[in-house]
Design a protein around this ligand. Sequence first.
Ligand SMILES: NC(=O)c1ccc[n+]([C@@H]2O[C@H](COP(=O)([O-])OP(=O)(O)OC[C@H]3O[C@@H](n4cnc5c(N)ncnc54)[C@H](O)[C@@H]3O)[C@@H](O)[C@H]2O)c1
Length: 336
Amino acid sequence: MLQKLLHDNILVTGGAGFIGSHLVDKLIDKNHKVIVIDDLSSGYKRNVNRKARLIKCDLREYKCVDSIIRRTKPKIIFHLAANAAENKAQFSPIDITTRNYNSFLNVLVAGLKNSMKRIVITSSIAVYGSKQIPFSENDKPEPEDLYGLSKLEMEETLKILSKVHKFEYVITRPHNVYGPRQNMKDPYRNVVVLFMNAVLKGEPYYIYGNGGQRRCFSYISDVVEAIYKCGFLNVSGKIFNIGSDKSYNINELSKEIQRITNVKIKPKHLPLRPQEILLAISDHTLSKKYLKYKDQTSLSVGIKKTWEYAKKIGYQKPVFGGIELDSPLLPKNWKN
Ligand SMILES: NC(=O)c1ccc[n+]([C@@H]2O[C@H](COP(=O)([O-])OP(=O)(O)OC[C@H]3O[C@@H](n4cnc5c(N)ncnc54)[C@H](O)[C@@H]3O)[C@@H](O)[C@H]2O)c1
C-alpha cells in the first residue's frame, strides 16, 4: 500500500503549525508528495518544508477547500488545523467551534466527494474531561470545555458518516505535545514555550492555581511518529491516546525549565482558569501495541531541545485577541 501511495498527494491541514509541520517533514522524509492547507492564523510559512506545497486557505470556506481537494485529489488526509486554545475556548466559543468543527466538516465532505480514502484526525484528551485517571479509550467521553466538545463532535461525526459513506478514519488523542516550532506568540496556550518566552524577557510567568495540575508532557518527534503511522497501518476505526506515561505537575515543569535555562524567576500565581482539568493522565497501551509508540524523549532532553529553539527564535511579543465573551472569570493576564 505504502509504495503505491508514494505517487498520490497527501493532504495535511494545519501543516504550517507545530505538530502539522513536523508531520509534513516526516511524510517528505518518507518520499510522499505533500499538500498543506493552512490559513497561517497560528502557523508560519517558515515551518513548512520546502518540498511541500503550501496553499493558503481558511478551511471555514467550503468552496476554497473543495476546489483544492478536487484539484489535488489526496487519498489520505491528516486533519490537524484547529484553534487548540482549550482554556480560552470558554471565552471564544464561536471561533473554537467554527475553526474546529465546521472546518473539519468542510474537509471531510470535500474529501468524500472527491478522492479521500482515509482521514486521520487529531482529537484530544480534552474529550475525557475530569474522568478517573488514567484515561482509557474505552471511557465514555465527557468533555468539560468547548475545545473538548468540538473534538468529540468530530469523532462522533466520523463514526456516524463512515457507516453511511464507507471510508476509513483514525482518531488520535495526543497528550500535551511540546517541542520546537510551538507558537511562542500565543499567550493562551503552549505552557512550555509560554514559560520560556517569559524567561527570554526576564519576566515572571503565570501559574494558574497552586500549580498542582498534572500533565504528561510528550515530545513532538515521539508523537509525530505515531500520528504518521495512523495514515498507513491497518488501524481504521481505532482511537489512540498518544503521549508519555510519565506525568509532571506545573510546578515541576517550571522547576525543570528554570534548571535548564539557568534562570531563576519567581512565578506569579493567578486563580485556576474556569473548566480547567486538574489531573490529565492517559493510558497508552493501545498506541504502544498498534503504533509501536515509544516514549523516547525524557522531559529534560525535550526541554533542552525546545530551549535551543526558543533562544534561536528569541523573545516573541504575545499576540492577544479573539475574546468574544468577557467575564469576571477571564484570567487577568489575558486582558492585555
Ligand atoms: N499541541 C498539543 O499538545 C495538542 C494536543 C492534543 C491535540 N492537539 C491537536 O493537534 C492539532 C495541531 O495542534 P498544534 O499544537 O500543532 O496547533 P497549531 O496552532 O500550532 O497548529 C494549528 C494550525 O492550524 C491552522 N489553522 C487554524 N484554523 C485554520 C483554518 N480555519 N483554516 C486553515 N488553517 C487553520 C493554524 O494556522 C495552525 O498552523 C490541533 O488539531 C490540536 O487540537 C494538539
